[in-house]
Design a protein around this ligand. Structure first.
Ligand code: ZN
Ligand code: ZN
Length: 422
């Protein structure tokens, strides 16, 4: 049993009302990726008052807080802060009505449809609990509020801003994500827990012409159609049935008018994989097929590839996960379970990868138990609004408490040991 978690349990009760109002305020004031100025300053001010050494504007809006409490391991706890360009449709009294300009200058509705407002609230609460119970642990806590997870840039921008040189190297990096699942539960697993996600834009070049004179054109519409179909054969014909991958072409654009053959076509595609070799293979095969289709059409130029985003695999360290899992099992009992890997991606692992240290990431269920049980009985879990849906609405209780307990339990697996192995 985590002594620390036990010690803070009653403190959580008195902290919940404050955290609830912080959460609702953050929820009502979401900010797009790499624009999290208000959120970052709320988090930074809060932990500064608790006695953390605070560094602001790391990688644009990132915040790093250090609380040194004697010799022992350095434990990094991470929360992402950004919201999504999604118009909220939850009908909650504290729903967002915010609009903002995205990177292309387009006015969009903004909301915390991925629940990062809860991640920020949890980490603020955990900071307070740890600061208030310094007699129960030793070591150094490093809390990190990260920008731009949804665009896959935030963690890298913090690293590029000198994170590795400016702050102590952690012994362990810990993070959690709110998800569809029975509220009050935590799901964890050793090994790959989140897929790698790669998004590419591919421009295919042809030669425009009058629609009545195809012989004078090189038709990029045909090239794009043929490429689209052929790309779908990578997973079905080239990947072993023991491996898995997803390839989705989410955008296919060419032309303006029925009697004009356009100059070029654009594909935007997304790839999810659970294994580094499969990922490399998929990316190579995509290039090969796009290039070959262009040759087949006698295209005037090779296709142009642009990486839109690239999320690495999230692979939980086996030894570190068994430490965390042991503490979870003791504290949560049957409410802690081994989860399947999710076909979602995160840039959380960038920190652990860059420092070359183990990391553990887990899920916290946020669906009202009644709703979840009903949906589960009816075989309709897929109908519960998930992360990124305009209707995604985590139930606050007990989710708020569960996330605090999970983070405290996980951190205590290092902080109570003073750096020794169990
Ligand atoms: Zn998300
Ligand atoms: Zn997220």
């Amino acid at each position: 049993m985590s002594i620390l978690a036990k010690a803070v349990a009653t403190a959580i009760d008195s902290l919940l009302p404050e955290l609830e109002s912080i959460y609702m305020d953050l929820h009502e004031h979401p900010e797009l990726s790499m624009q999290e100025f208000r959120t970052a300053s709320i988090a930074a001010d809060y932990i500064e008052q608790l006695g953390f050494e605070v560094t602001r504007n790391v990688g644009v809006t990132g915040v790093v807080g250090l609380l040194r409490n004697g010799p022992g391991p350095v434990v990094m706890l991470r929360a992402d802060m950004d919201a999504l360009p999604v118009t909220e449709a939850t009908g909650l009294p504290y729903a967002s009505r915010v609009t903002a300009k995205d990177d292309d200058g387009v006015e969009v509705g903004v909301s915390h449809a991925c629940g990062h407002d809860l991640h920020v609230t949890w980490l603020m609460g955990v900071s307070r609990l740890l600061a208030g119970h310094r007699d129960q642990w030793q070591g150094t806590i490093m809390v990190v509020f990260q920008p731009g997870e949804e665009v896959g840039r935030g963690a890298r921008s913090m690293i590029e801003d000198g994170m590795l040189e400016r702050f102590p190297k952690p012994d362990i990096v810990l993070g959690q994500h709110v998800m569809v699942g029975m509220a009050g539960t935590v799901g964890y697993r050793s090994g790959a827990i989140l897929s790698a996600g790669d998004s590419l834009k591919v421009r295919l070049f042809g030669r425009g012409s009058h629609g009545s004179q195809p012989q004078t054109s090189i038709d990029p519409v045909i090239m794009a159609a043929s490429t689209t179909l052929r790309l779908q054969t990578i997973v079905s014909r080239e990947i072993s049935p023991h491996d898995s991958a997803v390839l989705t072409i989410g955008a296919l654009q060419a032309g303006t008018k029925e009697n004009i053959i356009p100059d070029e076509a654009t594909l935007k595609l997304n790839v999810r994989t659970y294994d580094e070799d499969v990922r490399e293979y998929m990316l190579g095969a995509i290039r090969r097929i796009c290039c070959a289709e262009c040759v087949a059409s006698d295209a005037p130029r090779e296709p142009e590839f642009t990486t839109l985003s690239s999320y690495p695999l999230t692979v939980n360290d086996a030894a570190a996960t068994s430490r965390v899992g042991g503490t979870f099992a003791n504290w949560f009992g049957s409410r802690a379970y081994e989860t399947q890997p999710a076909a979602a991606s995160e840039d959380f692992s960038v920190f652990g990868r860059s420092w070359g240290v183990p990391y553990v990431f887990w899920f916290v269920g946020a669906t009202d138990p009644e709703v979840f049980t009903q949906a589960s009985k009816a075989g309709k879990i897929n109908t519960i609004p998930s992360n990124h849906s305009p209707k995604f609405a985590p139930t606050l209780h007990p989710t708020l408490r569960t996330g605090l307990e999970a983070m405290i339990c996980a951190a205590s697996s290092w902080l109570e040991s003073g750096g020794e192995s169990h």
